[in-house]
Design a protein around this ligand. Structure first.
Ligand SMILES: Cc1cc2nc3c(=O)[nH]c(=O)nc-3n(C[C@H](O)[C@H](O)[C@H](O)COP(=O)(O)OP(=O)(O)OC[C@H]3O[C@@H](n4cnc5c(N)ncnc54)[C@H](O)[C@@H]3O)c2cc1C
Length: 331
C-alpha cells in the first residue's frame, strides 16, 4: 500500500467507531489490537475538529501527552502546532491502515445488542459494538440574537490576515477568544472584545492571560465587561454595557462562545442523558458503556456540556478501557 493510501472498508465489523478524532482513532487502534475488526466513520475529514482549529494553533499539551497507540510524536517545538498534530494522526492512521469512511455522516443506530446497524447518509454498517467519539466542536453555543447568521459573523476563527485594517468584534473571554483577539490586534485589526462577565476568565492559560490583560490596559484592545450582545446588523454589534446601550463598529464578528455535543445525534443513537447540569451522556464511569448495551462513549463527548472535563490528554485513555471491556463481553 502506498504510504498515503487509506484502506477501503468492508461493511460488517466487530466495532464501528463514530468520529475520526484523536480519541476515536485511539479506540480503533485498541480494538484492533484485541483481534477485532473495526471501521471509523466521520462526517468530515480525518481529525476533522483539528482541521477546523486556527492556523498554526499551538497545543497546550506537550507531544507525548497527545500520542495514541504508542506511536511517538516527535516535534521540533516544545508544544506541537495544529499542523504537527494533523500530520501525526494521519501518519498513525496510515501506518495502521485503519479502515476509514470519511465525509460520511452517521444519522442513527438501529438493531439489537450484538447486531447493530449504524445508519449513515451513504448506507448501513453492521456491527456488534459501537463507540461514539463525536466530541463537541460541531455545534457552537449560539448567541441567539437577531443577525447572528449574517455572512460577516463566524463561530470559528482561523487566522487574522483577512482582517488587516478592519474593525473586528470578538465575543467571549476564554482561551479561543483571548488568542484570537491578540492575533487580530497584532495583525493590524481594530479589536473590540465583548465579555459577559467581570473579567477575562481565570481559566485562560497562564501565558496568554497577562498578555491580553496588558493589551487591554494599554488600550490596544477595547474590552467591554458586564456586556451582552443584543443584535448584529450592518451598523455594527449592538451591545448593552453597564453604562447603557452602545453600537460597536464591526466589519467582522467572531462569537467564540464555546461549543457543545450534538445531543440530537446522541438521541438518535439511543443514548440518554443524565439529569445533571452538564447533561452528561449516560455511561458507566468504569467501562464507558452507555445505557444501550454494547454502545460506548469516548473522549470529549463523555463530559456533555462540561466540555473541558475530557480532552486528548486524558480522553485517549478511554480507548484501552473500552476495548478491554468489549473484548471481554460477548454480544
Ligand atoms: C483550540 C483548541 C485547542 C486545544 N488544545 C488541546 C491540547 O493542547 N491538549 C488537549 O489534550 N486537548 C486540547 N483541545 C481539546 C481537544 O482538541 C479535544 O478535546 C479533542 O479533539 C477531543 O477529541 P475527540 O476525539 O474526543 O473529539 P474530536 O476531535 O472533536 O472528534 C470528533 C469527531 O467526530 C466527528 N463527528 C461528529 N458528529 C458526527 C456524525 N454525526 N457522524 C460522523 N462523525 C461525526 C467529527 O467530525 C470529529 O471528527 C483543544 C481544543 C481546542 C478547541
Amino acid at each position: 500500500m502506498n504510504e498515503n493510501t487509506i484502506s477501503a472498508a468492508p461493511a460488517t465489523f466487530d466495532a464501528v467507531v463514530i468520529g475520526a478524532g484523536p480519541v476515536g482513532l485511539a479506540c480503533a487502534l485498541e480494538v484492533r489490537r484485541r483481534g477485532l475488526s473495526v471501521c471509523v466513520v466521520d462526517k468530515g475529514a480525518l481529525v476533522n475538529s483539528l482541521v477546523g482549529y486556527p492556523t498554526n494553533m499551538e497545543f497546550f499539551s506537550t507531544p507525548e501527552l497527545l500520542e495514541i497507540g504508542g506511536y511517538p510524536f516527535p516535534t521540533a517545538h516544545y508544544k506541537p502546532l495544529r499542523e504537527d498534530a494533523l500530520d501525526y494522526y494521519r501518519r498513525v492512521a496510515v501506518a495502521e491502515q485503519l479502515p476509514l469512511r470519511l465525509y460520511e455522516r452517521v444519522l442513527s443506530l438501529e438493531g439489537q445488542p450484538g447486531a447493530y446497524e449504524v445508519v449513515t447518509e451513504k448506507g448501513r454498517l453492521a456491527t456488534r459494538y459501537v463507540i461514539v467519539a463525536t466530541g463537541f466542536f460541531d455545534i457552537p453555543n449560539r448567541l441567539s440574537v437577531p443577525g447572528e447568521d449574517a455572512s460577516h459573523v463566524s463561530y470559528y476563527y482561523k487566522e487574522p490576515y483577512a482582517h488587516v485594517g478592519q474593525q473586528v468584534v470578538v465575543i467571549g473571554a476564554k482561551n479561543s477568544a483571548a488568542k484570537a483577539a491578540l492575533q487580530l490586534v497584532r495583525a493590524g485589526a481594530q479589536v473590540s472584545l465583548v465579555v459577559r462577565g467581570a473579567a477575562i476568565s481565570e481559566s485562560v492559560k497562564y501565558w496568554i492571560r497577562p498578555d491580553l490583560v496588558n493589551r487591554i490596559a494599554e488600550g490596544r484592545i477595547r474590552a467591554y465587561f458586564h456586556t451582552t450582545v443584543q443584535r448584529i446588523s450592518a451598523a455594527g454589534v449592538a451591545v448593552l454595557t453597564p453604562e447603557g446601550p452602545a453600537t460597536l463598529p464591526a466589519d467582522f464578528v467572531y462569537a467564540l462562545t464555546g461549543y457543545h455535543p450534538d445531543y440530537s445525534l446522541l438521541a438518535a443513537l439511543g443514548i440518554s442523558c443524565q439529569d445533571d447540569v452538564a447533561r452528561t451522556p449516560s455511561h458507566s464511569p468504569d467501562t464507558f458503556e452507555t445505557n444501550r448495551p454494547g454502545v460506548y462513549v469516548a473522549g470529549t463527548v463523555c463530559g456533555g456540556l462540561n466540555t473541558s472535563r475530557w480532552f486528548i490528554e486524558n480522553g485517549r485513555h478511554h480507548a484501552a478501557v473500552i476495548a478491554a471491556h468489549l473484548a471481554a463481553t460477548s454480544l
